[in-house]
Design a protein around this ligand. Structure first.
Ligand SMILES: *Cc1c(COP(=O)(O)O)cnc(C)c1O
Length: 363
């Protein structure tokens, strides 16, 4: 039965859906500890207080979670200083993004975003039947917000701004974001994807919550996956106008955010100072690695997330293979560059070594 082609008619949109390429797990290399720096994960295991919350919650996994995600939504709202009506959660911010597309786009509508950017964007958009309008990054691997504003048509329903941009690293500035938003029609929703907000250090970064307060067509997207180290539990959220947030709740998978995830996220908010101290260490490591790479001659763009970008062009995959031979899994984007997550100190040191060796063998 499975040898025969399936006679079932699937949606034609599927043929345009690219496959997500997950970061590879560490491949063992004789004599060295292998490190995975390919998925922008937090290298720190959960805090004891967070583990406690998870194991408490584990005792009632025979029950459905709170479908309204009430306690976490209230904790987030209090934390962010916004009304609860403006917070909507989902199973990771990628799921919230899927909900955002579902509530705005009919087939044939357009979603504008920078490229290269987060690889989930083209997947989520294509699956919905909407069309991706990808606007090339500028020569500094930054969003070209003028070109993005120019790309908006009457079919545009959604614009995605990824700041800091995954995988290249730069963050948009408050002034350029404001000028851009002035040009976006107010019936077009703009998503500010701040998955790496906690790692930003530039003073020029926007206060996206304040921007969303002033502009009802702006949504802020955040996650517990990166700075808060809960990638494996899948919980993210949007801060949006109450009507948008209500629509997002309608589009959510019922009971999607597990009680483990809800309790872990609440415990993480309570332990924020401890978690942000870890983030501060990772940021210091990022600065150290980026400075070392630039010293070697690499043209590393501004790095405002927990990762840095090596613009290797056609050598991206070969570099990733060389890194893998040294027990370091990085994330190549064929023909474009390599994204390296800031991880354990030894992993970071090894990245600097691999990058130096690469240059010396390129002559
Ligand atoms: C990692 C990441 C996310 C978060 O994904 P989750 O689904 O919350 O794990 C969202 N946006 C960008 C740009 C990311 O890199």
């Amino acid at each position: 039965m499975t040898e025969q082609p399936s006679p079932v008619r699937l949606r034609s949109a599927l043929s345009g859906v690219p496959a997500y390429v997950p970061g590879k797990p560490p491949a063992p290399v004789e004599g060295v500890t292998a490190y995975k720096i390919s998925s922008n994960e937090n290298p720190h295991p959960p805090l004891p207080s967070v583990l406690d919350a998870i194991s408490q919650a584990a005792q009632s996994v025979n029950r459905y979670p709170d479908m309204g995600v009430v306690a976490l939504t209230e904790a987030l709202a209090a934390d962010l200083g916004v009304p609860v009506e403006q917070v909507a959660t989902g199973t990771g911010s990628v799921a919230v993004l899927t909900q955002l597309v579902a509530i705005t786009c009919d087939p044939g509508d357009e979603v504008v975003y920078a490229w290269r950017s987060f690889e989930a964007y083209p997947i989520v958009v294509a699956l919905s039947g909407a069309a991706s309008v990808q606007v090339p990054l500028d020569e500094h691997a930054r969003h070209d917000l003028d070109a993005m504003a120019d790309a908006i048509t009457d079919r545009t329903r959604l614009v995605l701004v990824c700041t800091p941009n995954n995988p290249t690293g730069p963050a948009v500035r408050a002034d350029e974001l404001d000028a851009f938003l002035d040009r976006v029609p107010d019936d077009v929703l703009v998503v500010i994807d701040e998955a790496y907000l906690e790692f930003t250090t530039e003073e020029s970064v926007p206060d996206a919550l304040a921007v969303a307060r002033d502009r009802p067509n702006v949504v802020v997207l955040r996650t517990f996956s990166k700075a808060y180290g809960l990638a494996g539990l899948r919980v993210g959220y949007a801060v949006a106008h109450p009507e948008i947030a209500t629509a997002l709740r309608k589009a959510a998978t019922p009971f999607g955010v597990t009680d483990l995830a809800q309790q872990a996220a609440i415990a993480s908010l309570a332990a924020r100072d401890e978690l942000l101290a870890r983030v501060e260490e990772l940021v210091a490591e990022r600065e150290r690695v980026v400075a070392a790479l630039r010293d070697q001659g690499w043209d590393v763009p501004q790095a405002q997330g927990n990762f840095c970008w090596l613009p290797l062009g056609d050598d991206a995959v070969a570099f990733a293979q060389a890194a893998q031979a040294r027990g370091l899994m990085v994330r190549p984007f064929a023909g474009d560059g390599v994204r390296c997550t800031i991880g354990e100190t030894e992993a970071n040191d090894r990245l600097v070594d691999v990058a130096r060796e690469w240059l010396s063998t390129q002559g």
